[in-house]
Design a protein around this ligand. Structure first.
Ligand code: ISE
Length: 336
């Protein structure tokens, strides 16, 4: 029996997941597309034969036989989408961020605990990227000595309309916030934000690029260049400094050409291609795990940790100061 999935939000990520579920992933099919915008819904439904448009998650849960939900509407709507799913005992894959703020994340955690078992996986897809996994293995093996520092670059071609300064943190650096803690295998304990000279290509009022410094419990320091109107490509790279090695991931691979006196290498222009393989693995594993009734990826607890660091980073962004991070105790329900 295929897992019957409702996809909430038919924007870039929702549309991408709908075609992935329909064309690539085995063991699942899309039964409803929850999207109030008729135009977006109509184009998404072209790739998901047999699925229906629903205006709200309540509508979909009330009408269709749904086994699981992918939440791909904007972050500020996640809590209102997750709560009725938890109430109905339906497993979800929720795109990042879990919620933009930590109080929302705590409310989701409480509702999940009331549901009695973990039901939410958070869409931190970098954890499924082959090179990130190799880097984590290198850290865990100890072969290169201890991890000391990380240099992370996160570059986008251009920002979409409505992208504001706080989103540098809650929408973009939230990925590094999760993946740095995952690589170092310990929580982030402090954060600082520096602002270099503004890129005049950025839309009016958006002060970027920025440099975000993340400190972990044992003192690993990650500097993140968030640079989202660079124009030349979509790049996510990490250089990891170990006691006895340097490791680099995320460089462009594929064909390079010497031509007309230049060396040419194609670069990605967006996340759907840069992380395509990671998304494919993430969603296939989510489908397989959901059919077995388990979670096989980042949990609500990871979403909460990231939300707390995002809050501290927003404070650091506004104040220019180093801000320490404080978490609630980890409930036994989310035992590692
Ligand atoms: C977007 O929402 C993503 O999640 C991308 O991975 C990130 O690179 C981009 O900056 C975000 O806006």
């Amino acid at each position: 029996e295929d897992l019957r999935v409702a996809v909430v939000g038919a924007g870039i990520m929702g549309g991408d997941h709908i075609s992935r579920l329909t064309n690539k992933v085995s063991g699942a099919r899309v039964v409803s597309v929850v999207e109030p915008d008729d135009g977006r819904a109509a184009s998404a439904l072209l790739t998901a034969p047999g699925a229906r448009q629903r205006a709200t998650i309540e509508d979909a849960l009330g009408h269709d036989d749904i086994d699981a939900v992918i939440v791909a509407n904007p972050g500020p709507f996640h809590e209102a989408t997750l709560l009725p799913c938890l109430e109905a005992g339906i497993p979800t894959l929720c795109e990042k961020p879990l919620t933009p703020d930590s109080l929302g994340a705590l409310r989701v955690m409480e509702a999940e605990q009331r549901a009695g078992r973990p039901l939410i996986q958070v869409g931190f897809m970098r954890r499924f990227d082959a090179e990130y996994r190799q880097l984590r293995e290198l850290v865990q093996s100890g072969d290169a000595g201890a991890l000391l520092a990380l240099h992370c670059a996160h570059r986008n071609v251009a920002t979409p309309p409505g992208y504001v300064e706080s989103m540098l943190i809650t929408d973009s650096v939230v990925h590094e916030i999760d993946v740095v803690a995952w690589l170092a295998d310990e929580p982030i304990t402090a954060v600082e934000v520096k602002k270099p000279r503004r890129n005049s290509r950025a839309p009016e009022g958006l002060r970027e690029p920025q440099l975000v410094l993340l400190e972990t419990a044992s003192g690993v320091l990650a500097d993140v260049e968030i640079n989202v109107n660079c124009g030349f490509g979509y790049q996510v790279t990490t250089d990891a400094v170990f006691e006895s090695a340097l490791a680099s991931i995320g460089r462009t691979t594929g064909i390079t050409q010497w031509r007309d006196g230049r060396m040419i290498a194609a670069e990605h222009t967006t996340y759907t291609t840069r992380f395509e393989a990671a998304y494919d693995v993430e969603v296939q594993r989510w489908v397989d795990a959901t059919r077995r009734g388990v979670i096989d990826g980042p949990t609500t607890w990871d979403g909460y940790l990231a939300a707390v660091v995002c809050e501290a980073a927003l404070e650091a962004q506004a104040s220019g100061r180093r801000v320490e991070v404080a978490y609630v105790d980890r409930p036994a329900f989310y035992a590692a």
